[in-house]
Design a binder for this molecule. Structure first.
Ligand code: ADP
Ligand code: MG
Ligand code: MG
Length: 211
């Protein structure tokens, strides 16, 4: 097949935008319960800006797998407020930096790991603090477990499984970072919205094998 080039990352981001838009009311409802209610708006604003940037690239995202990811990074870093906007921007920035013209599973694993490191450097959250780190960390672990010749769509499916397990774990936790930490026990039972966003990111990738 033609490999996982810009057309693949372009489709990945467009599917992420579609799933986040479809679930915006649920994301909003979660952040209303454990935060200030704007997570769905922040994520969809970033993805709207990312889609506009994708439309300015050559059709199909161009030949380079990194270009759509870099466009998304710039959109989130430059245009989204809230805590989550810059954190998603860092993840996309590191994925873009690791992806060459063709996306491989080792590059994905390296990029996602660097994204996790950047998020933790900035936000200082550890696994178990009930943040999006709880979804990103197991996703990175699954990507790293994949043999190097695993097709990226398959690796991303494994990452998605890990991320959703992490999302479910956040519902059992008290928050130690972010606005939910002000709620103490009242946030127990409710999943972290940012973690759900990371789950959607990985779930949006692995459904389709590029031609
Ligand atoms: P805000 O609280 O500024 O309104 P958003 O609603 O955009 O931010 O994003 C909230 C999400 O950000 C949370 O659900 C959580 O996943 C994530 N988050 C908050 N603080 C941190 C942190 N220190 N490190 C990592 N993620 C964090
Ligand atoms: Mg919020
Ligand atoms: Mg806010």
């Amino acid at each position: 097949h033609g490999g996982f080039d810009g057309a693949f990352t372009d489709r990945w981001l467009r599917r992420f935008a579609a799933s986040a838009t479809a679930l915006e009311p649920e994301l909003t409802a979660l952040d209303q319960q454990v935060g200030d209610g704007d997570f769905g708006i922040n994520l969809c604003a970033g993805l709207g800006a990312a889609l506009a940037a994708l439309d300015r690239l050559p059709p199909g995202g161009g030949p380079d797998a990194a270009a759509p990811l870099a466009a998304a990074a710039t959109a989130f870093l430059d245009e989204v407020g809230g805590t989550s906007g810059p954190l998603f921007g860092l993840v996309f920035q590191e994925l873009a930096a690791a992806a060459g013209p063709i996306l491989t599973t080792p590059a994905l694993a390296a990029g996602a790991a660097a994204g996790l490191a950047a998020v933790q450097r900035v936000g200082e959250a550890e696994p178990g603090d009930k943040t999006l780190v709880d979804a990103l960390d197991p996703a990175v672990r699954e990507l790293r477990r994949c043999p190097p010749d695993t097709l990226p769509d398959r690796a991303l499916r494994a990452a998605s499984d890990g991320a959703w397990e992490g999302v479910r774990s956040t519902a059992r936790l008290r928050a130690r970072r972010g606005r939910a930490s002000y709620l103490g026990d009242r946030a127990v039972g409710i999943a972290d919205p940012g973690a759900v966003g990371v789950g959607l990111l990985f779930a949006s990738a692995g459904r389709e094998v590029p031609a």
